[in-house]
Design a protein around this ligand. Sequence first.
Ligand code: BGC
Length: 809
Amino acid sequence: MFDSSLKNGASKQKALRACLAFGLGAAMLHGTAGAQEGVPYAGVTEPHAAVQPSNEQLVSPAIERKIDALLKQMTLEEKLGQLVQYGDSGEAAVAELGGAAQQPGKNPETHVKIDVMNLAATGRLGSMLNVVGAERTNSYQHAAVEKSRLHIPLIFGADILHGYRTVYPIPLGLAATFDPELVTAVSHISAAEATTAGVRWFYSPMVDISRDPRWGRTQEGAGEDAYLGAAMARAYIRGYQGNDLSQPDTVAASVKHFAAYGAAEAGREYNTTDMSLSRLRQVYLPPYKAAVEAGAATMMSAFNALNGVPATANSFLLKDVLRNEWGFDGFVVSDYTAVMELRNHGIAQDAATAARKAFLAGVDVDMMSHYYDAELPAQIRSGRVPMAAVNEAVRRVLRVKFALGVFEHPYAQGTEVTAAVAEHRPLVRKAAEESLVLLQNKAFNGASPVLPLSGTAAKIALIGPLADDTAEMIGAWGITKRDPDVVTVRDALEARAKQTGGAVLYAEGTKISGDSEDGFAAAVDAAKQADVVVIALGESCEMSGEAGSRARLDLPGNQEKLLEEVAATGRPIVLLVFSGRPLVLDWAANHVQAIVESWFPGTEAGNAIANVLYGDVAPSGKLPMSFPRAVGQEPLYYNQFPTGRPPFDTDLTKTPTFATRFVSRYIDAPNDALFPFGYGLSYTEFAFSDMNLSAAKVPLHEAQQENGHKLITAAATVKNTGNRAATEVVQCYVRNLGASLEQPVRSLQGFTRVTLQPGESKKVSFELGFAELSFFDNAGRSVIEPTHYTVWIGGSSLATEHADFDVTP
Ligand code: BGC
C-alpha cells in the first residue's frame, strides 16, 4: 500500500498522511454500504491532506513496511482475528441476540462459549481485556507467539484508571489537584507497575466531560470543564505512553468514551445525548482532541447515541473528526458489546448489519460482541465490506503492536508487582493530599477555624462507615486493588494519637446504606467525650462508576440522620465526604464547621487525610465540578449560557414575589452552586490585585490567525495574606460578549499552581491566543469575531478581579 522508497523525515510523513487520507479513505468510502451510514451532520468534512500524524511513532515507515509484509501473508480469518477481543472467561455475546427488540428490558447476555486459548493459538485473536498477572497474560501470549502461524503477539488491555497496585485518587479527585504534572507522574507509575503483569494497554483516560453528577461515571473523568479536561487528558497520555511506546514500562492509552458519553440525558447511564455541533465541539470534544494531539494510541467508541447515531456506528465522529480532521493513526476499539448493542439502539435489525455499520463507521476492534469474526466474512464475500477497509483496520492494530515493541518483547517484563510499592507511596500520597478539597472551615465558639487540628488534639471521636473501610478507599475501578495495602483514616489517626499522646474514640455509627440506628448511641457517646469529631460519610465505591447513576445526590442511607444526631452534641465537627461525584451537602454546610471532600483517595487515603487535617500539608484542591444545593438544579455547571431574563441581583434565597418571579430561577432554591467549580479553601487566604491586560485592542485579522501566536497577556498579583505557606490554584476565566452565537458567562482558559510564603506575592500571567479566545460555530468552524472580552483572574470560578479588551474589526 505504501511506497517504501519514500525518504525519511517530515515529507515522508506528509506523503504517508496523504496516502492514508486519500488512498485508503477513498477506498473505504466506496464500500457499498458506505461510510456515510450514520452521518448526523450535514457538510461532512473532506479528508485533510495536510493533517499531521497524531503520533509519528505509529506511522513510522519502518513499521508500515513490517505491516505490509505481514498483511500479505495473513488469511482473512487471521486478519479478523486482530479485530476481535475477548476476556478469559470464555464468554462472548451471542451472535443472535434472541430478539432484543422484543425484549427491550433484557441486557445483552453472554451465552456463547469462546475457546479463547484456541483462538490465540490459531491466530484468531488480537487482544484480551482485563486479563492481568504475568502468569495469565504469558500463558495466552505463549499460545499466540509460539503456536500461531504468523506469531503475532496479543496485547492485554485493562481498566487501570487510577493506579495498578499502588492506587491514587479516582480521576475526579486527580482533576481536583489542577496539577497535570502530578497526574503524569502517577500515571507513569501505574504503567510501570502494570507492565510487569503483562498489561501494555490501559482503557484510560476516561475524558468524558460530565456536567451532571447523577451520572455515576462522573468519577472516572475530570469533571465539567473542557479546558481542565483537556489538560488532564494530555497529562495521562504523557504518563502512560511516555515519549517512546516501545519502552517496556509504557502502555498504550485508550481514550474513552468517544464521544460525548458524559452528556447522557438526566445522568442516566447509557442514555442518549443530543446537542448542537457548537456545544459538541466546544464542551465535549476538546479532551479527546487533546489526547489525540498528545499521541494517544487508541480510542474507545462510546455506548451512547449522539444526535440519533450511536457513537459505535458514527462515521462523523470516527472518520470525519477523529481520522480525517485530527489525523488519528491508532485504532478504535468498541466499548464492551457496543457493536452488538447497535441492535438494541434500533439501527441494525441483525448482527450482520450491526457488524457492518460499526466497522464501516470506523470501529476497528470489536470488544466482546463476537460479531466481527462471526459476521464480517459474509459481508466481505458479498462486497458490502471492502477488503481495503479490513486491511486498514488490521494495519491500525498492528501499528500499535509494533510501536509497543510487543513483537520483540511479548511477555511480562521485570519483577511482577503484586502489592502496593513502598517507593510509590509518597507520590500517591501527595496526589491524595492535593486532591482533597476544603469546602468549609468555620470557627467553633468564636475561636479559630476548626482545621487544622492542633498537634496536641487530645481526644478525637472518629465516626462513620468510611472511617475504617479499606475497600471503600479505592474507587469503582480498582480491579487490581489490594485492600490490605490501604491505610484508612482510623489507621492514620490512631498512629498520630500514639505520637502525640491523644486518643481516638472510634464508632462506626451506621452503614453506608441501610436504616439501622443501632450504632447511633455509641457514636453520639464518643462525640460527647471528644474535643473534636471527625466523621467520615459518603458513598460506597459502587455507588458511582459504570452503571452507578443516582437520582438522588444525598448522603445514602441514614448517614445524614447520624450526622444530625452527632451535631446535636454541640461538639466541633469535621466532615470527611467520600464520593465519586458532587453530593448535596446543604444540611451539613449549615450545621458542621469543616467539610473536606475526599473523593476516593486510594492506597494512602488515611495518611493523606491525616496530613491535611493536622496541617502538615495545607489543602490546595479545587472542585472540578460544581456541588449543587439540590438535585433538581442538575445539570449545574459554572460556564452556562446567559438567558434573556437573568436574575441580576435578585435575592434568590427568598420566595419569589410578582416582581422577582419572571426571571430565570427556581421558586424553591437559588440558581447557584453551594460550592462552585474551581472552589476550594486552604489554611491561609489569598488576595488578588493589579489585574491588567497587555493590550486593550486586538485587530481581528491578527486574532484570526490560528498559528498558536498569543494575542493578549492577562496578569494579576496573588498574595498570601495569611500566616502560613500554602498553594493557590490561580485560575483565568474569559467571557466573550457580542458574538454571533451566545457564549458562556465565563470559561476557564488557564490555571497554574502557585506556592506562596506568608505575606509573599507573585505576579501570575496567562497567555491568551486563538485557542483560548475562539469559539465553535454550528458549522464546526472555530472562529473569532470582532467582540468584547472580559478576563478574570482569581481563586475560583467566582473570581472578581477583571479587565476587558476588544477584538476590533
Ligand atoms: C466500560 C468501559 C470499559 C470496558 C471494558 C465497559 O463496560 O464502559 O469503560 O473499558 O467495559 O471493561
